[in-house]
Design a protein around this ligand. Structure first.
Ligand SMILES: C[S@@+](CC[C@H](N)C(=O)[O-])C[C@H]1O[C@@H](n2cnc3c(N)ncnc32)[C@H](O)[C@@H]1O
Length: 156
């Protein structure tokens, strides 16, 4: 199974790339973790934000191969504990489809992305900056993998 994070936002500072890679490089071959970035639309003074959001959403959805399970990262989503996330990860593996994790831009995800999503995952009731979100997603899923595989990274 492939896990791919589709995010609005590019040109990340070096510490974000280093933090994200720190966790994604630990995944095993049969559960690889990838990143696809979409350039955010230009937000000028009189920008039509609804149109920009829609376009970013269309670009995100167009980048996802057909048949993927779409999971959106949303503040208002389900707040899974680590054991619950480990259970989800196991179910995703059994289901066999690749997983697309969607992270929005400054104004969040478009209505189209929300409609396409099978599951909505909240990392916290706080709104987190999107560079932090990608690192926390990678770490949380690596931790979930370590629970399922009795790897000493996660300790009770
Ligand atoms: C800066 S936030 C967007 C904030 C926007 N006002 C909203 O309500 O979605 C950018 C993206 O980060 C992700 N995000 C931020 N905080 C999150 C959280 N606590 N849980 C899950 N995803 C989060 C979401 O995908 C969001 O679209």
């Amino acid at each position: 199974m492939r896990l791919t994070l589709y995010a609005v936002g590019n040109k990340m500072p070096a510490w974000v790339t280093a933090g994200f890679n720190e966790y994604t490089r630990r995944f095993p071959r049969d559960m690889s973790f990838h990143l696809v970035e979409i350039a955010p639309g230009k937000r000028g003074k009189n920008a039509d934000i609804a149109r920009i959001l829609e376009k970013e959403g269309e670009q995100l959805l167009a980048a996802i191969p057909k048949g993927n399970r779409i999971v959106t990262l949303e503040v208002e989503g389900k707040p899974w504990t680590t054991p619950q996330l480990a259970g989800q990860l196991e179910r995703w593996q059994l289901d066999g489809r690749d997983v697309a994790l969607l992270v929005g831009g400054p104004e969040g995800l478009s209505p189209g992305c929300i409609r396409a999503s099978e599951q909505k995952w909240s990392l916290s009731p706080l709104t987190l900056p999107h560079p932090m979100v990608r690192i926390v997603v990678a770490e949380s899923l690596y931790r979930a993998w370590s629970v399922n595989n009795n790897h000493p990274y996660h300790r009770e």
